[in-house]
Design a binder for this molecule. Sequence first.
Ligand SMILES: Nc1ncnc2c1ncn2[C@@H]1O[C@H](COP(=O)(O)OP(=O)(O)O)[C@@H](O)[C@H]1O
Ligand SMILES: [Mg+2]
Length: 366
Amino acid sequence: MANDASNDAFVEFERVQKSYDGETLVVKDLNLTMPKGEFLTMLGPSGSGKTTCLMMLAGFEHATHGDIRLGGESINGIPPHKRGIGMVFQNYALFPHMTIAENLAFPLEVRKLGKSTREEKVMRALDMVEMGDFGGRRPAQLSGGQQQRVALARALVFEPELVLMDEPLGALDKQLREKMQFEITHLAHRLGITTVYVTHDQTEALTMSDRVAVFDDGRIQQLAPPDQLYESPENSFVAQFIGENNTLEGVVKEIKGKTCVVQLDDGEVLDAVPVNVSEVGERTRVSIRPERVEYNTDRLDPDAHTLNAEVLEFIYMGDIFRTRLRVAGNEDFVIKTRNAPDQVRLKPGQQIKIGWMAEDCRALDA
Ligand SMILES: Nc1ncnc2c1ncn2[C@@H]1O[C@H](COP(=O)(O)OP(=O)(O)O)[C@@H](O)[C@H]1O
Ligand SMILES: [Mg+2]
């Protein structure tokens, strides 16, 4: 979706900073540009500044420095009722004393739409989230998932150009959450809505988004499409935060173009991609994804770097095997292998050889 959207910036954060107390910055020099129709997720640990960014974009909080623009116009200059922003929050409760249909009609009344237009739009929005038969009920008569669907319909009923969602699925159980993730992205893409979605759940971010902005400590650590984020993390924080990751610590011995030589703390020497290291002598954390490690010698590429490992734990997970190893002094080295008919099941205590390609091995900041 992001690829065929126009290059015109629809949402822009330019050098935005935010302090609540005039001392500590909770958002630090944030720059972000979104084209129309993009589904972007702000992902990060609690307290990293995600909600604050959303609140500033909604106009509920002011940026201490910098500018936020919507359709080229500074958000401060657009009166709230003309911002055309729909919002869904985890605890953004529906009005309990109103029926579902009345809840949905409310944003339309605020915008002074006539009765017949209101009724038509409410029906359409309810149908869209498959809640067409529930218009007459009150929120308390619906399940959590149904209420969340109604909240979504209410955010979309006035056809906003921009929808902001802050952990909207946090309160739902896993199965429903996964179903809703799918529904929300489909709906947003089908209607061409630009969406800023906030979550601390990395799976949710990876599966739903065109791009993900990984937040930590008030800064975007990396902004990239999900596959790039997972496969090419630019620093240790992102490598650790997104997906499962193996880390081996050492010192940079040599940098030559697209490869570097790292000496691990146990003496082992290996080649890696120098991603976030700049000089010889620097400490580094080398990052390798569990599924990029091979222990089946038949499948091992002749160019692969090999190390000795001891099997500490084997976990059968159905579709995959998750095996924990001791590698170069690290006892939390995890490898994941597909449950293929010819796949070897390792046993604790076994001494094995593992291998990987240098290009899957990233030298990051220590
Ligand atoms: N209204 C507020 N007043 C003062 N501090 C706040 C307020 N809202 C958030 N903060 C602080 O700002 C930081 C970022 O919070 P927040 O944006 O809610 O992070 P996130 O949504 O990523 O969990 C936190 O340290 C939080 O305590
Ligand atoms: Mg938050």
